[in-house]
Design a protein around this ligand. Structure first.
Ligand SMILES: NC(=O)c1ccc[n+]([C@@H]2O[C@H](COP(=O)([O-])OP(=O)(O)OC[C@H]3O[C@@H](n4cnc5c(N)ncnc54)[C@H](OP(=O)(O)O)[C@@H]3O)[C@@H](O)[C@H]2O)c1
Length: 248
């Protein structure tokens, strides 16, 4: 592995991905920030000195092409599969299959496409694969079915790969956050700022993007023989997906 480590961080246009780029850059890593919104990536690049690629990661061919261009500039030591998100809170009885497919594509296939594209080089040289799942990948809650199913599936990519690659120099890491107050996650899920604000109402201190970025970076900076298989990170005010302490 090279002296200066190089990471690809997906979902880097906002939230946890953006904070991870900032944290890795502050440690001197080279970073390629990836998401669809080029204007936000450009601003992040100007602020932090990262490189960036605008790409819809659901498109396997586009991911292959992007990866060729990233690898043309040098090898990649770590991939942070962070792009993802939830859509709606429909109960199973009312669920729209198209919405479930969209969540599967957004969380599972984006991670699969990026992992497949970067894995060959990592198997040769060593590398780290991080998967941003969720506590929704560990337990369910009413109204969470589609997102819970997608995050369980994403987690299974990590757990399966860890078995398939045993003995090879690739670390497979899962970070599973609970409630994180990021600017867009609940807004995208619920469709209005008012509904998004209610998610965090009365919660003393939800996690913020930087808390999760710190966890990601900590796992990446352990000695090479240490694989943090799975880390659940919640705010103190949250005990389960549904049991959250709220002040009046
Ligand atoms: N916030 C939470 O409470 C929480 C809790 C547990 C787990 N998580 C997980 O942690 C990750 C980050 O969360 P966050 O709160 O930072 O989310 P966020 O603010 O909603 O950001 C999601 C990121 O994914 C990118 N993205 C979505 N679809 C994409 C696609 N097709 N191609 C490329 N990029 C795509 C978005 O960028 P563009 O729109 O620019 O493409 C954005 O940068 C997600 O996987 C989320 O499910 C979040």
């Amino acid at each position: 592995m090279s002296e200066t480590r190089r990471a690809v961080v997906t979902g880097a246009s906002t939230g946890i991905g953006e904070a991870t780029v900032e944290g890795l850059r502050a440690l001197g890593w080279e970073v390629v920030a990836v998401a669809r919104r080029e204007d936000r990536l450009k601003a992040l690049a100007e602020r932090t000195g990262c490189d960036y690629r605008a790409c819809d990661l659901r498109d396997a061919e586009a991911v292959e092409e992007m990866t060729r261009s990233i690898l043309a500039d040098g090898p990649v030591d770590a991939l942070v599969n962070n792009a993802g998100g939830a859509i709606g809170v429909d109960q199973v009885a009312e669920a729209d299959p198209a919405v479930w497919s969209a969540m599967y594509e957004r969380n599972v296939l984006t991670a699969l496409n990026c992992t497949r594209a970067l894995l060959p080089g990592m198997r040769e040289r060593g590398g780290d694969l991080v998967f941003l799942t969720s506590t929704a990948g560990h337990d369910t809650y009413p109204g969470g079915g589609g997102y819970v199913a997608a995050k369980h599936a994403e987690r299974i990519i990590a757990n399966t790969l860890r078995q398939e690659l045993v003995g090879e120099p690739v670390r497979i890491i899962e970070i599973a956050p609970g409630m994180v107050k990021t600017p867009e996650f609940s807004l995208n899920r619920l469709g209005s700022q008012e509904a998004a604000d209610k998610v965090y109402e009365g919660v003393a201190e939800p996690l913020v993007a930087r808390d999760v970025a710190d966890a990601i970076i900590w796992t990446l900076t352990r000695p090479r023989h240490v694989n943090i298989d799975s880390m659940i990170v919640r705010p103190v005010a949250q005990a389960t997906n549904t049991l959250v302490a709220r002040e009046d």
